[in-house]
Design a protein around this ligand. Sequence first.
Ligand code: TAP
Length: 492
Amino acid sequence: MLTTTIREDTQRFLNRPARILIGGEWVNGTGTGRFQSLDPATGQAIGEIVSGSDSDVNDAVVAARSAFESPAWRGITAARRAEMLWRLADLIDENRAQLAELETLDQGKPYLSALNGDVAGSAQTFRYMAGWATKLDGETFNIGGSGQFHAYTRVEPIGVVGQIIPWNFPIGMAAWKIAPALAAGCAVVLKPAELTSFSALRLGELALEAGIPPGVLNIVTGSGSVVGTALVEHNGIDKISFTGSTEVGKAIVRASAGNLKRVGLELGGKNASIVLDDADMDRAVEGILQSAFGNSGQVCTAPSNILVQERIKAEFDERLAGAISRLSVGPGMEPESKVGPLVSESHLQHVEGFIERSRAAGATIVTGGSRLPSKGYFLEPTLVSNVDPTMEIARSEVFGPVITSMPFDTIEAAASIANDTEYGLTAQLWTRNVSTAHKMAELVDVGSVWINGKSMDIALPFGGFKQSGWGQEKGRAGIEQYTKSKTVVVAL
Ligand code: TAP
């Protein structure tokens, strides 16, 4: 049952001395640095986190290398790896209430959304990727004349992987990264976001309980500038998998050049939701509400430019504004809250800046636009109209509960507005016309297109075009990014 009282086991976990996970041991780290993690609903400290150092990262990489090469990991069958991941999924389910509370208290999102979305989805991610572990087969090749060659490819784990994740889906992103890497047989050093490290640390405990050998999963908390940079620059890392902003993604590409480690990037987005004049308006309003304001809009796939065909624009805006103004904003631990706080005071100010500058540039705030007077980092869900596609608010990733509404006449014009950004992550389309839907799906230059509804199922490959990233996560593509293919030729 949902309650604002925190579970005892959650409180105990938060009260523990801060530790990081290296080589299967919970250690202090070599530095003395600690910082307080805050509850964004109150601004109060909820627990202490280690500020990791360069030498912690080095220790973790050495532990990961040793685990990667150990018989306890390299020597076991793929089926055994799958069993461990499946067990971890079961443990996530068994501890789901605690994990969801950690997520809500640390990140702010509504408890039920953390429970049924992030935590349940993480268990599902481990089960799905466990299934791929036993299916990473190479190919044979028919070369030369009869009896001359036997040629084949071997699919091997890429090695030691550094994984850096953002604060918007702390446990979900950790699962997206860790599950495919371990399923492929890699060893991992994970750096959670400084603002939201608790659920990843709890996941580390559960991984050990699931029997994943010491050193296969290491977790070093701390800042991007210290821990993240040390990981990216480390020559003992074979691949970096990063989810975060495009700006940091570019810095990572530069910093990882030392040993030419491979780099996978899931970056920002400026996503359009295109509503055609034959759309089911109720469905479109509901879909936009969920995808734009879920997790307070702090979602890389959140639609933030709503493009509405001219004939229905006035009516659609009115319906959308009405629905937005009815969303209840409040602490994630309170059952009636649909939209929680933003993750931090500085992020709230960052998002408010976009609203203020759009107002100054002549846009109209149709609904919302202000922070709540209560403590915590709450912002009213906001709809901005009278927006021109050249305005900052229509071009930059806001990463908050703020959307614009803009008119278009033809589908080509809508696609052109949607594509006129440095990003290429997702687009949504709302129409009853199947031909228009497929035509639009081709016209928008993005990695994922959702027509009349959204799904982020773990089976679907996901990645961005243009400056939204390199490579794909989830699906078969998600595990393949942690493998390398070796060609072997035997002259008979
Ligand atoms: P960032 O500021 O880029 O931070 C992401 C992670 O990188 C954090 O762990 C951060 O550490 C670390 N980091 C920062 N500077 C670094 C550096 N120089 N070297 C190595 N690591 C560094 O992003 P954010 O503000 O947390 O998250 C929001 C962004 O993530 C948005 O742009 C959003 O679109 C994107 N995002 C994309 C996706 C996908 S799947 N495409 C999913 C979610 C989010 P600290 O914060 O701890 O210092």
